[in-house]
Write a protein that binds this ligand. Structure first.
Ligand code: ZN
Ligand code: FE
Length: 263
């Protein structure tokens, strides 16, 4: 199991693969643990038992079952504090969060800021602390979430907001979609050496069965077409694809998202 230690902290952040391509990120300090978006409780349970960890908190980014399906089982056995956005579709929540709220995980000595990032869904939130970001399904490496409840304008704004975070922020996306996103990026942003380099790195990582995540915000700004809606190469590719030159970044983003939906 690969792990990363953040620059800011003694925290260890471990990817627990779930389903076909989800990662449940587990944060640990000593024997205290928290998980982000536990879609499958058995995956988490196995790791907690094997490592003799005490689950103190669950952070949820949005209501989809692949992010929440394990909550009830984990709550029944561990009684963690459950943080989630204000959304009646999410059950078993201890604390409902709004934009700007702070989540203090005392056992992990970690304070996270809640960022409302609607778009993939209408109530989606991300969790940020200096050096680390848990964006749920808002951003993936070289991609972004589909519009499943929010609007293109919302998702575009949310991505701009995340893109304004420091470049060295580690981005713990919840799906291993990187290679297929990079295939789309080759079409949507054809002349991009940084992306070619990232593709080669990710192909090597996947060949060894390793995650391509976390990414960093600096890398995403250089390889992710959805963060590059003002870049001439992306605007030209969208123009060729749709036959219409997008008048602004939002129009470019909207066309990109529709293009990717059918790619
Ligand atoms: Zn989702
Ligand atoms: Fe998901």
């Amino acid at each position: 199991m690969t792990t990363q230690h953040t620059a800011v902290h003694r925290i260890e952040i471990v990817p627990l693969p779930a389903f076909k391509d989800n990662y449940i990120w587990l944060l640990r300090v000593g024997n205290a643990a928290a998980v982000v978006d536990p879609g499958d409780d058995e995956v988490v349970e196995r790791y907690l038992a094997q490592q003799r960890l005490d689950l103190t908190a669950i952070l949820i980014t949005h209501h989809h079952p692949d992010h929440t399906g394990g909550v009830a089982g984990l709550v029944a056995r561990h009684k963690p504090v459950v943080y989630a956005p204000v959304d009646g579709r999410i059950e078993g929540v201890t604390r409902r969060l709004r934009d700007g709220d702070e989540v203090a995980l005392a056992e992990l000595d970690l304070h996270l800021r809640v960022m409302a990032v609607p778009g993939h869904t209408d109530t989606h939130v991300a969790y940020y602390a200096p050096g680390i970001l848990f964006p749920g399904d808002t951003i993936f490496s070289a991609g972004c979430g589909r519009l499943l409840g929010g609007t293109a304008a919302q998702l575009h704004d949310s991505l701009l907001r995340l893109g304004a975070l420091p470049g060295d922020t580690a981005v713990y996306c919840t799906h291993e979609y990187t290679l297929s996103n990079l295939a789309f990026a080759q079409a949507a942003d054809p002349d991009n050496p940084a992306r070619d380099q990232w593709l080669a790195t990710c192909q090597a990582l996947r060949a060894e069965g390793k995650p391509t995540l976390p990414s960093t915000m600096a890398r995403e700004k250089s390889v992710n077409p959805f963060l590059r809606t003002s870049s001439p190469g992306v605007i030209d590719a969208v123009t060729r694809h749709t036959g219409v030159r997008p008048p602004d970044a939002l129009a470019c983003f909207t066309a990109l998202r529709a293009w990717k939906d059918n790619f």
